[in-house]
Design a protein around this ligand. Structure first.
Ligand SMILES: O=C(O)CCC(=O)C(=O)O
Ligand SMILES: [Fe+2]
Length: 239
């Protein structure tokens, strides 16, 4: 069981719905939503595996290559981070030990769980909208792990897209303190920015079509150059 039951009781859900109605952008922060010991196993896989690939986006094109990246100036570059290669582990199966395979399965299992018929209805209840992958061409690419190093960044952007109803960000950073940086920041209303530290097992849910939902990630403090900031990003659609 991945979810903490008490976090999805009827009372908890109605509280989330109340908070959503009041917030700008429409968002909630849920700490401790998932089973901590299982998430810790996931983190071990993410920290050990070498299955990461740098991903670069400009405002003009997603997944640009190095040539296009070099051509873009600083203001045009909006994401540089690593994406987890979900298929690399199974492709390397012959090279990894049995134990590694069991461990890496848990990271895969969690991604599948986040798109499954237990978790998606919970989000549907919170946001009062039917979420379905029925018409999503490749649901799996809408849910993955990412990591940011000290030279990486996620600059201001919006995640809105027709039919995209909910964005979920889950943070997987066991040792985080106020000096580490890497906060998620929502633009908010009238420049009332909302800054959210990326604490372990903290889940941020937001409606990307709402006012003030543009967001970015504060840069990591160079003092923590040996650390990565891990998260899951997951997008959910109604059509
Ligand atoms: O890592 C974060 O806090 C934000 C990530 C993000 O904005 C995205 O994946 O679209
Ligand atoms: Fe985003």
């Amino acid at each position: 069981m991945w979810l903490n039951e008490q976090k999805i009781s009827d009372a908890a859900i109605s509280q989330y719905r109340k908070l959503l109605r009041k917030s700008i952008p429409k968002h909630i922060v849920i700490d401790g939503l998932f089973d901590l010991s299982k998430l810790d196993e996931v983190v071990k896989v993410l920290q050990q595996s070498s299955c990461w690939q740098t991903q670069k986006h400009t405002y003009f094109g997603l997944y640009v290559d190095d040539k296009q990246w070099q051509k873009a100036n600083k203001e045009q570059r909006f994401v540089q981070r690593d994406v987890w290669l979900r298929n690399a582990l199974s492709a390397n199966d012959t090279n990894t030990s049995h134990t590694n395979n069991i461990n890496s399965n848990i990271a895969h299992d969690f991604l599948a769980y986040l798109r499954g018929n237990e978790f998606m209805p919970v989000l549907s209840r919170i946001f009062n909208v039917t979420l379905t992958d029925m018409h999503v061409a490749d649901p799996a690419i809408n849910t993955n792990y990412f990591r940011l190093g000290p030279n990486d960044f996620v600059a201001e952007h919006a995640d809105d897209s027709p039919g995209r109803e909910v964005c979920m960000l889950l943070y997987l950073n066991q040792e985080w303190d106020a000096h580490t940086g890497g906060e998620l920041v929502f633009a908010g209303k009238n420049d009332q920015q909302i800054s959210i530290p990326p604490l372990h097992n903290r889940c941020v849910l937001f409606d990307p079509s709402t006012e003030g939902s543009e967001h970015w990630v504060n840069s990591l403090n160079t003092k923590y150059a040996d650390r990565f900031r891990y998260n899951v990003t997951s997008w959910y659609w109604s059509e």
